[in-house]
Write a protein that binds this ligand. Structure first.
Ligand code: SF4
Length: 318
């Protein structure tokens, strides 16, 4: 039997702007299983990074979590105080943020940045213990011990990203959220960083949520894939099924738009543009772009439901 480590239930996040509420996450429901790798893919502005931040309750004003529950094992994170939540971050759920290479402090050596993270969570370590711990952490992400004494600007992009992974796993979290962790890296380094992430996940027996706009890249890493559109989760399916028998018309069109070796030179884009999150069309938000839209799609939003075993989608055709 699979156990869920994280359960997100009906999560709603709005950003309040002078022009109205931007509905960045609209009643999102999904689970993350023990030792699972779950992908969240979608175009930019689909709400996937908002989801990553919301799980850690790191949405900043004018954004706000309006409703929903985030269960980590048997605790609803929405009921925790700020201090309790601060302890959960890093210790239980760690984030490798988007552009994390810039999240390192440029004037502090790597070992001190790891030490700060540990001390901040009350881990009592002597100088010698800290050096040993830093060495082990760097080794587990494939970095040499000398990196401990270096400043971020002395590291390549890939090394900086691995240093960020070392900080993220310093308290052996059970859930790692990686938001576009390889977006600024070249293809070879991307692969190395993803292999590092896969290795540490296995070692820690952790679960990973990988957020990305490149569906092909995300799919290579995950067991199940969630597809987001206009602030909603429109499909979650095992990755092998999503490529062979996608349920939602948007997923079908996304997959058809991926470049393939068989169809060299032909790219099929998705016609139209994603809607503004503060001005969503009524009914199914995908209906203006959906070639299979029915009359009811223009007025009635589809429910997100299990459409076949272990596959969930929101579409009136299902
Ligand atoms: Fe297309 Fe209707 Fe399904 Fe939306 S609900 S994806 S418009 S068929």
């Amino acid at each position: 039997m699979t156990t869920d480590v994280l359960r997100v239930q009906d999560l709603v996040v709005h950003y309040h702007t002078p022009l109205g509420a931007v509905r960045a996450a609209d009643h999102i429901t999904f689970t993350l299983r023990a030792e699972e790798r779950l992908g969240l893919a979608g175009e930019s502005g689909s709400g996937k990074s908002t989801m990553a931040l919301a799980i850690l309750r790191m949405i900043k004003p004018p954004g706000r979590i309006e409703a929903g529950e985030i269960w980590l094992d048997d605790r609803n994170l929405m009921t925790l105080s700020e201090e309790e939540m601060r302890q959960v971050r890093l210790a239980r759920i760690a984030m490798i943020p988007q552009g994390s290479m810039n999240s390192l402090n440029p004037v502090i050596r790597i070992k001190e940045q790891i030490g700060d993270a540990l001390r901040d969570h009350g881990v009592p370590l002597s100088r010698r213990d800290l050096e040993g711990r830093v060495r082990d952490l760097l080794q587990s992400v494939g970095l040499q011990p000398q990196v401990a004494e270096m400043y971020p600007h002395e590291l390549s992009g890939g090394m900086k990203q691995r240093a960020c992974i070392a900080i993220a796993i310093s308290l052996r979290p059970k859930v790692i959220i990686a938001d576009e962790p390889t977006s600024a890296l070249d293809v070879v380094v991307q692969k190395q960083v993803m292999e590092t992430l896969a290795r540490v996940q296995k070692e820690l027996e952790a679960s990973v949520i990988l957020v990305g706009h490149d569906m092909g890249l995300v799919a290579q890493f995950v067991n199940r894939l969630g597809v987001m559109y206009a602030g909603k989760l429109v499909e979650v399916s095992p990755v092998r099924d999503i490529f062979t028998k996608p349920l939602h018309p948007y997923t079908q069109m996304l997959i058809a738009s991926l470049p393939s070796l068989e169809q060299k030179g032909t790219f099929r884009g998705i016609p139209g543009l994603a809607p503004l999150l503060r001005d969503l069309p009524p009914g199914c938000a995908f209906h203006p772009r959906c070639p299979q839209a029915l009359d009811r799609c223009r007025t009635e939003a589809p429910q997100f439901k299990e459409a076949r075993p272990d596959s969930w989608a929101a579409c009136h055709l299902l």
